[in-house]
Design a protein around this ligand. Structure first.
Ligand code: 7TS
Length: 416
């Protein structure tokens, strides 16, 4: 009944059929069946507005940014910088120059580890990451550990797939400088209590960096309200192109950080004896950037804003609750992670069916899901598994699709 009510009210929130008409890739057949795309935590499909923005840039405005005085260069620069303003507005950043365009979350976190590490960390300082992090929020800190003798301390995940604040308090030491944590787990869907984490951290003078790869696409994320110091995210998980994303950071911190890469565009002056840096954000954007990507990113944000992020979030929450309820009717199915306070990525195990076999079976029915360790091996170890099957929703998915998926799970269970 809850499910019915949730779906009915959520269907009133969004005109999903109208939205789906904007996504060409959703309207195709796979193995003779209509595609049911449920691998959105890996990447999302792109609306026409984004495809057109990419095309328009290359067809009409293609030029390098910040360098030329000719008309095309001005158009390209304007489009690129407008995209920065759009992305900044989307996360409520106080200033658009605090948004650095990167290749995506992975590059944002590598940049952070390199530049923050270089400027703020010394031997024996400690960085806390959670056990549920994606490898891109673990390995850059390991790489830094090879340069500066920092300690990377792991905040263990509770059995129910949440992070307990008591354990965080115990992990904090006088040498803790940074807590780097995901807002939403790409495996368990857990929403982590960022406001509380930031409060505890700041009481101890510790900075907080947030991996928003999964949260920024599916819930309102307001950096001023969260109070965090850095936020990393990717365009391709929110309808934007691949190869573009952002690192947001507080200007006062970014200003003190050394650049990640050297080259064109990031300098003030270069002499034969040295160089001085440009102001943020350019200090962190060496070389010709992904101009079309940034413009496409801006278009993706505007598309989401046109629907409304709160509506998207409410719809996804209702769709996820209904999906979980339906999945509970499948005999032999175990869902990992919390049942509430969670986002639309759901990892599970179907008794007696190998996750890889299940994924292939579903592909034959036109259903796209993901199997593997999801780039979160420490979490897999904590769960005591080597891989999970994961279904992940986006706002263009429908209750009919989740019904079809759950029926397919039942067919798989009977088949194997
Ligand atoms: N952090 C989280 C929480 C993620 O889910 C991902 C990608 C990343 C970082 C890295 O983002 P990228 O855009 O730089 O690759 N997650 C996944 C996934 O779950 N399946 O494929 C990619």
């Amino acid at each position: 009944m809850i499910r019915e009510k949730g779906i009915v009210s959520s269907m009133e929130l969004l005109d999903v059929e109208k939205i789906r008409a904007d996504f060409p890739a959703l309207h195709q057949q796979v193995h003779g069946r209509p595609l049911v795309y449920l691998d959105n935590a890996a990447t999302t499909q792109k609306p026409l507005a984004v495809l057109e923005a990419l095309q328009n840039y290359y067809r009409r405005d293609n030029a390098n940014v910040h360098r030329g005085l000719h008309t095309l260069a001005e158009r390209a620069t304007e489009g690129f910088e407008k995209a920065r303003e759009t992305v900044a507005r989307f996360i409520n950043a106080p200033q658009s120059r605090e948004v650095i365009f990167t290749r995506g979350t992975t590059e944002s976190l590598n940049m952070l580890a390199h530049s923050y590490g270089h400027s703020f960390l010394k031997d024996d300082d400690e960085v806390i990451v959670s056990e549920m992090e994606h490898h891109s929020n673990i390995v850059p800190w390991f790489l830094l550990r090879d340069r500066i003798k920092i300690k990377v301390r792991f905040w263990p995940v509770e059995k129910d797939g949440r992070l307990g604040l008591e354990k965080l308090r115990k992990l904090i030491s006088p040498r803790t400088r940074l807590i780097s944590v995901s807002h939403m787990s790409n495996v368990l869907g857990t929403h982590n209590p960022l406001r509380e984490i930031v409060k505890i951290a700041h009481e101890h003078g510790i900075h907080v960096s947030v991996d928003g790869a999964q949260s920024v696409p599916s819930m309102p994320v307001d950096v001023r309200e969260l109070g965090c110091d850095f936020l990393a995210f990717s365009a391709h998980k929110m309808g934007g192109p691949t190869g573009i994303g952002a690192l947001w950071g507080k200007a006062e911190l970014l200003n003190k950080m050394t650049p990640y890469m050297g080259g064109g565009e990031m300098i003030a002056h270069v002499t034969t004896s040295g160089a001085s840096w440009a102001e943020i954000p350019h200090k962190f954007e060496a070389g010709t950037p992904n101009i079309a990507g940034a413009i496409g990113f801006g278009a993706a944000v505007r598309y989401i804003e046109g629907i409304g992020m709160s509506k998207i979030h409410d719809y996804e929450q209702a769709l996820t609750a209904a999906l979980l309820e339906k999945m509970h009717t499948v005999e032999g199915l175990t869902i990992y992670g919390p049942l509430q306070n969670r986002g639309p990525a759901v990892s599970f195990k179907l008794e007696g069916v190998h996750p890889f076999d299940l994924t292939q079976f579903l592909d034959q029915l036109g259903i796209a899901i993901r199997v593997g360790h999801h780039c979160a091996e420490p979490l897999m170890n904590a769960l005591g598994v080597s891989a999970t099957t994961r279904v992940s929703l986006y706002y263009y998915n429908t209750p009919d699709e989740t019904d079809y998926f759950v029926d397919a799970l039942k067919r798989a269970r009977d088949f194997f």
